[in-house]
Design a protein around this ligand. Structure first.
Ligand SMILES: CC(C)(COP(=O)(O)OP(=O)(O)OC[C@H]1O[C@@H](n2cnc3c(N)ncnc32)[C@H](O)[C@@H]1OP(=O)(O)O)[C@@H](O)C(=O)NCCC(=O)NCCS
Length: 392
């Protein structure tokens, strides 16, 4: 039986729709509509005897690490036909996806995993979190004298994007949103979200949120579902919190997805809510030099680190690399000498995003080195806890 891996073609659509329906239990219409939002050139298909038996979707994006945008391809829609499962097809397809990204020079790949062992086998590792916050509206902070909040119109959408672009680099792991990401902020799986924003003294949009009211037939109240909440100033965060608190007579909870330290939760005078890990995300360092060079580093740090990488899926990553950090940026060269931090490519992923300190990675068996080398690596990759509010 011949097995072939390639981009999809128009005539694959019916087979791909079947694959997606069997994998994710959606309707035929919704599955086809979702597939058609992506260019066939971004869908990878594994065929046996010319019949599609597995697929994966590549979503070209970028992700912020150390305050800089790093090239990243998100992976979604990984599916194997039910009759072919358990035979290693997903592992084979994902290793080809990773090898292809590595050779294209794409720094990173990120995904939300339904099963972690599959992706670990090709070098992904847990590297950040997406938490769900359920916060009592009655207990949101109300800040007297906050600037007014007003509805956003279509004309405000470019300003909302600019506002997100100003705020997101500070959030380790946040996406550099593409059209696809933005299309899911205001309308997601049939739900429509309304925009509300707050302006600064110069008239620029300093914060906004995307809101939907979810009725609760059991008590006639509703919950406030937020698909986005962005504040570039403390005054904007306070204004948006005060605005949401104004729903308290009929709204029970605010529900939003973000990192653990979301501004709305930080502003609360008392903690009345639940923070639950919704999904960890996994990351793969596809191209070691690109990943290390595209990332930002602590300004003011001058340091050198030699890493010895093990990578069975993308062999071009394996071996010694020297990372020289200066002025918030890094230069990466092949080879190196002196004390070495030995890393499985999965360990590099978890350390790269600041999800694990090098010492934690050593405890997990993902890194080896002396205490001094680990401390040096810890200073280089120090950062806030990585998180993502978007789901793809
Ligand atoms: C998940 C899925 C893609 C796996 O496809 P597959 O071809 O059967 O997977 P493989 O045979 O290549 O298995 C590779 C590894 O994945 C893991 N895995 C596969 N199926 C699994 C299952 N049902 N439960 C838990 N882990 C599983 C195993 O660790 C396996 O390695 P092992 O056989 O050495 O233990 C397939 O079951 C599927 O399409 N499921 C529905 C959609 C889905 O969950 N997609 C992934 C979204 S992130």
């Amino acid at each position: 039986m011949t097995r072939e891996y390639s981009p999809s073609q128009d005539q694959d659509v019916p087979a791909l729709v079947s694959l997606i329906i069997d994998a994710f239990a959606g309707t035929a219409d919704a599955s086809e509509a979702w597939l058609r939002t992506h260019s066939p050139s971004n869908i990878r298909v594994l065929r046996e005897s010319e019949r599609p038996v597995a697929c994966a979707l590549r979503i070209p994006m970028a992700q912020h690490f150390g305050g800089r945008a790093v090239s990243m391809v998100g992976i979604a829609g990984v599916a194997v036909t039910p009759v072919h499962r358990g035979a290693g097809l997903a592992r084979d397809m994902m290793s080809r996806v990773v090898a292809e990204l590595a050779s294209e020079g794409v720094a990173l790949s990120t995904l939300y995993a339904s099963t972690r062992p599959l992706y670990r086998q090709v070098g992904y590792e847990s590297a950040g979190c997406r938490f769900s916050h359920r916060i009592s509206v009655a207990n949101l902070a109300r800040v007297r004298g906050s600037p007014p909040v007003s509805p956003l119109t279509e004309a405000d959408m470019p300003a909302a994007r600019t506002c997100y672009e100003r705020a997101s680099p500070a959030q380790q792991g946040s996406l550099v949103r593409t059209e696809y990401c933005w299309s899911r902020i205001w309308k997601n799986q049939g739900d429509v979200f309304r925009g509300f924003g707050v302006r600064g003294p110069d008239g620029s949009l300093d914060g906004y949120l995307a809101l939907r009211q979810q009725p609760k037939p059991e008590n006639g109240h509703h919950d406030l579902i937020l698909n986005d909440f962005v504040a570039t100033t403390p005054a904007a965060a306070s204004a948006l919190s005060t605005f949401l608190a104004g729903f308290a007579t009929m709204a029970d909870d605010v529900v939003l997805y973000a990192g653990a330290s979301h501004p709305l939760a930080l502003l609360m005078p008392h903690h009345h809510g639940a923070v639950t890990l919704h999904e960890p995300w996994m990351l793969r360092v596809c191209n070691v030099p690109a990943a290390l060079q595209e990332r930002g580093y602590p300004a003011g740090l001058s340091a050198t680190l030699v890493v010895d990488v093990r990578d069975e899926t993308a062999a071009s990553n394996a071996g010694l690399w020297t990372l020289s950090v200066e002025g918030g940026a890094a230069r990466v060269t092949r080879g190196g000498s002196g004390p070495v931090l030995s890393l499985d490519i999965r360990g590099l992923a978890a350390i790269y995003t600041s999800f694990l300190s090098p010492a934690q990675a050593r405890l997990a068996g993902l890194a080896q080195g002396s205490d001094e080398t680990l401390a040096q690596a810890g200073a280089i990759f120090a950062g806030p806890a990585p998180s993502m509010s978007d789901f793809f």
